[in-house]
Design a protein around this ligand. Sequence first.
Ligand SMILES: *Cc1c(COP(=O)(O)O)cnc(C)c1O
Length: 556
Amino acid sequence: MREKRLANVQQLFPSEDGNLQTRQMFMRLIEQILAGVDDLKNPDSVNLKGFKNRTGSFYNDLIRNSAIPAGSVPLEDINAELLQLLHDHPYHTKYFLTNILPMASIPGILGMIVAFMVNGNNLWDVYGPAGAEAEVRVTSMMSKLIGYDSLKSGGYTTWGGQGAIFSGLRIAIAKVVPDALQKGIPDNLYAFCSDAAHYSLYKSMEASGIGSDRLIRVRTNDDSSMNVIDLQQKMEEVIAKGGIPIYIVATTGTTDAMGIDDVEQICMTSERVAVQHGLTRPHIHADSALGGFFAFFNDYDFAANPLELNKDVAQALISIRRKMRHLHKADSLCFDFQKLGQTPYVTSLFLVKDAADLRLVDLHPDETPYVGHRGYGQYHTGYTLECSRMASSISMYSALLAFGIEGYQQLLAQFVEVNLAFRETLRREIPQAEIVNLDNPGIITLFRIYPEGGSGFQTEISGACTLKEIERHNKFNERLFEMLGNHRDRIFFGDTKKHLVVPTKDGQETALYATKIFIISPYTETKHVEEIVQYLKKTVAEVYEKYSEASILSWR
Ligand SMILES: *Cc1c(COP(=O)(O)O)cnc(C)c1O
């Protein structure tokens, strides 16, 4: 009896000896999942098939009805149960246009499976040699791509672009106030990022104990890049009050408008200000979580044009490359493989130009009694905020090999081409829609409806609108978000409530709302654009209809 029970539990694991029977059972279960997902697919919708009402008391009911079973449930039944979770789940069909939420590629998924088969702990190469090897390889590959010296640079996989920003902040603190690691943070440290930066730095300031009040927001230019003159002024104001600027996050590819900060200018300006005041230059982290992947075009020969990119696409990519080419000047940066690297969550790579920076935040051997710092093992990541780490580098490695530079170029160029087609069709079909991130070609289009037409956007950014006028436009656009959001199972658009922060005629500031078209599915092609824009046009007309008497007229 006892042996039988043990055998039952053992059967839940991959075999010890590589026997065929266990492998075939495992393969059947995987086949059941793949077939089950395929059965749910519907290329004419965004969501997988199946009905789920996730509103009302849905989550409360889950809480009430969930408990651990007393005995074991057969794996086939569990698979069926798991597949139920996927019912009505968003899926990356051609109509998936909402945000940077990509599909996981087959090589990306296979890399994860390989990692899971040995379940190594990436903390230490004694426990996770495969992960260590892949991590070193991927760090070197991406360093070379970006223009870091791969013999000097370092890096590790971490918890998201946000984790990379936090890692950069830890290094920034340690560079300026080494004993802050033991004694705590002095109350005069400041960090800077633009109005259009991701909220990751805000959170990092909270979590580090510096406090988000010491995060200084720098104004953006109309193209959503950081205004470097404003950066200089704000650094000087901070210094004049006894503060020390320690960290600047330069966003190279903002999440909404794909604005790209000028890393070179930011480096030069911050260096100059620091030297003038006898301070160390702040640590500069390029938040390239999203945009860094355009480095795949760094060495593309646009003259020979081997991929036969059309002229507009090439032009767009050249303009992105021009803004991105200084990325390697940053002290650290990030590649979110779960974004444009085509791998599953969470696969983010934090890179530092100088691996010695990692030593500033490493643990002392006395503090690591269980692992690392032994005569055996050569790779111990005591500097990461995590202890145990998954070997997500194996998935990155797999994707990098499968796509190669050319595969990534092909995919990104495709996204750019579709995005340009959207812009053209929007302009033709919906004249009230103004594209508000025109300076940033990329893979995102932000547009804003001006119910009364005219050149509303120019007027707004010039500061000639009153707060009330802008709020009125925002309201109209918010209604469009809601209409589109209600039918997101058909076509899934994104939106933002903070495109640009603009001054108002009455001396205030406010943010602009915009609808977002994010090209992220490999299945969205230029031939689908017309249909999608027609759908948008119809929805915009519905917003007009629904609200014309109620509010638009009363606005006047
Ligand atoms: C997505 C994103 C982040 C956050 O990355 P996570 O992987 O979600 O933690 C930070 N910055 C930028 C510019 C991003 O696009």
